[in-house]
Design a protein around this ligand. Structure first.
Ligand code: 6R9
Length: 653
């Protein structure tokens, strides 16, 4: 069990500002009461806010651990996110307000976005993409990322977005697992003034992706195209996006999709080296995305919503694309880093576009705190009315800073707990109703039953335990792509004989008001700057290096990133520790997985602490990495190993 933080120190509570509550969509408990009385009926009402082309026959079919929602119903996600808004005044409303890192800008109205999506849908059809085929998306955060996702949805193709910061090998593995037919990429993207060579990475990945037949390349133009120098177009396989778009028809009727047809696969880290392809379907996912966006962000017609996540993560899927567009909102999209060209970039974006609702991650908030209040102070942030946080537990002091210096003490702060697997927000304040406490995600949204349990499936009403969802929900993952046994094993086998209990992998505490305080992962998954990284993934990368015999990776508390990757390695005979080798190993991991997995520390050791059955004791390695007194070492095969390691670590620091 994760260590239990002392909560008694945190007694601050902030009721919704009366003016906010008065105008909020939700300011009483009626929806909670309705959901508690009949959660099936509640979800049916939420789903009914979408446009269905055929009504469902049955709301829920629950054969634990497999759920199907809105069976028999048909709808199309792109029609819900676009066509629905084209009849009235919304057709001329900005759907996406985009800024590139170098300062280039583009705004797409709903009308324009819909037309781009239909045209690109025809481009995909022209490349032979059919309903059910998988399409990889490996793009910088440009409007074409949303266009590509929605175009797939329009024709019933399944998209799998891969974060542009991932390596060629990560892309290769995901495309092979998904058996993708087409990959959509760009010549490059911008990050901290540098060009990310996405097409070159794609070329490298595709050397070993036999199923991929076509590549569509978006030209990322700024003052001049990135292109020529960076891009090698392979005849017959590679096509420029803008050329294909010139020749494609702009009419494309939305494919009627069954509620349970797959909408997308998104890969996420787990406790083994192989990422899991999380499968989300059409009707349930959109129901969760649309309803939670409206409730949690109190979304109104005139809002300007900015979710800072990249589309490569679930937060970008649900709260940058599908949730806001299903609600007909205006979304801000920004390609680059928060400190480029200066540390006030985010605040200048908020002022420039009049952002009203802002959703970001604790790791960013901690960096803003460190950079100082002079940066936000230089800008007019008075349009903001609501702030959100997601990705990891937010430290109470970061929460307070966010509320005061960004929200001007007038904006409620919603700390939203959820996962790639849950598809949409599960535990969060409702900003017009819930009295927030800094550091607590508060309580489940209506229709969700989050509980705390011990290892024997006893429900706990206070103290620390494991976070469990005891009832199915529409936007839940349906399976792991190609590996249903792993789905059952990972999420529904924690408690023997209880395949109905979803194990989230997080530890939590409940306070006297029944509020949840998330404590972090209880499995071998790290959370580095809000990104999930499996310790096994990093270990597997390390042992591929010729110098490495064995590797153990643990997380180490980090001021800005929450956790940093810390690697312990033993070397093969003939190799010796050196600072060059340490740097080489750090870069090796960055190249294999992506820069976000680069270890902060690499410690060379003659041996790793193991139990008598041969399991590496990561708990002890964590103690060492975080400079704590060693916990219980009695189960170790050789207690001297860990003592020597600790001494060495302290010397190296
Ligand atoms: C949405 C997202 C999921 C894991 C999750 C938990 C952590 C996310 C959190 C939070 C505390 C919050 N997490 N939000 N922990 N408070 N508000 O981040 O999805 O990338 O799949 O990560 O992130 O540990 O299990 P994903």
């Amino acid at each position: 069990m994760t260590e239990i933080r002392d909560l008694l120190v945190e007694t601050r509570s902030f009721p919704p500002p009366p003016a906010f509550a008065a105008q909020a969509h939700i300011n009483d408990r009626r929806l909670h009461d309705a959901a508690d009385a009949d959660f099936i009926q509640y979800w049916a009402e939420q789903a009914a806010t979408l446009r269905w082309t055929k009504p469902w026959d049955r709301v829920l079919d629950w054969q634990p651990p497999h759920a199907q929602w809105f069976l028999g119903g048909q709808l199309n996600v792109s029609a819900n996110c676009l066509d629905r808004h084209l009849d009235g005044a919304r057709r001329n409303k900005a759907a996406i307000v985009w800024e590139g890192e170098p300062g280039d800008r583009r705004t797409l109205t709903y009308w324009e976005l819909a037309r781009e999506v239909r045209t690109f849908a025809n481009v995909l059809k022209g490349l032979g993409v059919q309903k059910g085929d998988r399409v990889g998306i490996y793009l910088p955060l440009v409007p074409e990322a949303a266009i590509a996702m929605l175009a797939c949805a329009r024709i019933g193709a399944i998209h799998s977005v891969v974060f542009g910061g991932f390596s060629p090998e990560s892309l290769r593995d995901r495309m092979n697992d998904a058996q993708a037919k087409v990959v959509i990429t760009a010549d490059g993207g911008y990050r901290r003034g540098q060009i990310v060579p996405l097409k070159r990475n794609t070329d490298k990945a595709l050397e070993e992706c036999p199923t991929v037949k076509h590549v569509v390349v978006v030209q990322r133009r700024t003052s001049g195209p990135i292109t020529e120098a960076h891009v090698d177009m392979k005849e017959g396989r590679d096509h420029w996006y803008h050329r294909l778009m010139q020749h494609a028809n702009d009419q494309c009727a939305p494919e009627p999709m069954d509620a349970e047809d797959v909408l997308f696969i998104l890969y996420t880290s787990g406790t083994t080296g192989k990422p899991k392809g999380i499968v989300h379907t059409t009707g349930g996912y959109l129901t969760g995305a649309a309803s939670s966006t409206k409730m949690v962000f109190d979304l109104k017609e005139e809002d300007v919503f900015w979710c800072t996540a990249d589309v490569g993560w679930i937060t970008g899927h649900t709260y940058l694309v599908y949730g806001p567009l299903a609600n007909g909102a205006t979304c801000v999209m920004y390609e680059g880093a928060p400190d480029w060209p200066e540390r006030d970039r985010f605040w200048s974006i908020i002022a420039r576009h009049g952002v009203t609702v802002f959703y970001t991650a604790p790791t960013a908030i901690r960096a803003f705190m460190k950079w100082g209040v002079e940066h936000p102070r230089r800008h007019d942030l008075s349009t903001l009315r609501l702030l959100g946080s997601v990705g990891e537990p937010i430290n109470p002091e970061a929460w307070m800073w966010y509320q005061e210096h960004i929200g001007g003490n007038r904006c409620p702060v919603v700390d939203t707990w959820w996962q790639t697997e849950t598809g949409s927000i599960v535990i969060s304040p409702l900003p017009g109703l819930t009295a927030t406490k800094p550091g607590s995600a508060t309580q489940p949204l209506p229709g969700y039953s989050a509980k705390l349990m011990d290892a024997q499936a006893n429900e706990l009403t206070s103290g620390g335990g494991l976070l469990v969802l005891t009832k199915p929900w529409p936007s839940m993952l349906r399976t792991i792509w190609g590996d249903d046994a792993r789905y059952v094993e990972t999420y529904f086998s924690k408690w023997a004989g209880r395949p109905d209990l979803y194990f989230a992998g997080d530890g939590a505490k409940l306070d006297a008001d029944g509020f949840f305080w998330l404590l972090g992962r209880v499995d071998d998954v790290l959370n580095v700057a809000g990104h999930r990284i499996g310790t096994m993934e990093v270990e597997s990368a390390l042992v591929e290096h010729p110098a490495v015999a064995e590797a153990a990776v643990v997380g180490k508390a980090h001021e800005l990133k929450g956790q940093a990757v810390c690697a312990f390695v033993t070397l093969r005979d003939g190799f010796h520790k050196s600072s060059e080798l340490r740097d080489d190993l750090r870069e090796f991991v960055a190249k294999k997985i992506g820069a976000l997995a680069r270890p902060d520390d690499v410690l060379f050791s003659a041996d790793l602490p193991k139990t008598r059955s041969g399991k590496i004791m990561r708990r002890l390695l964590r103690d060492i990495a975080e400079g704590r007194a060693l916990g219980d070492t009695t189960t170790l095969a050789d207690p001297n190993v860990v003592a020597a390691l600790k001494e060495q670590y302290e010397k190296d620091e």
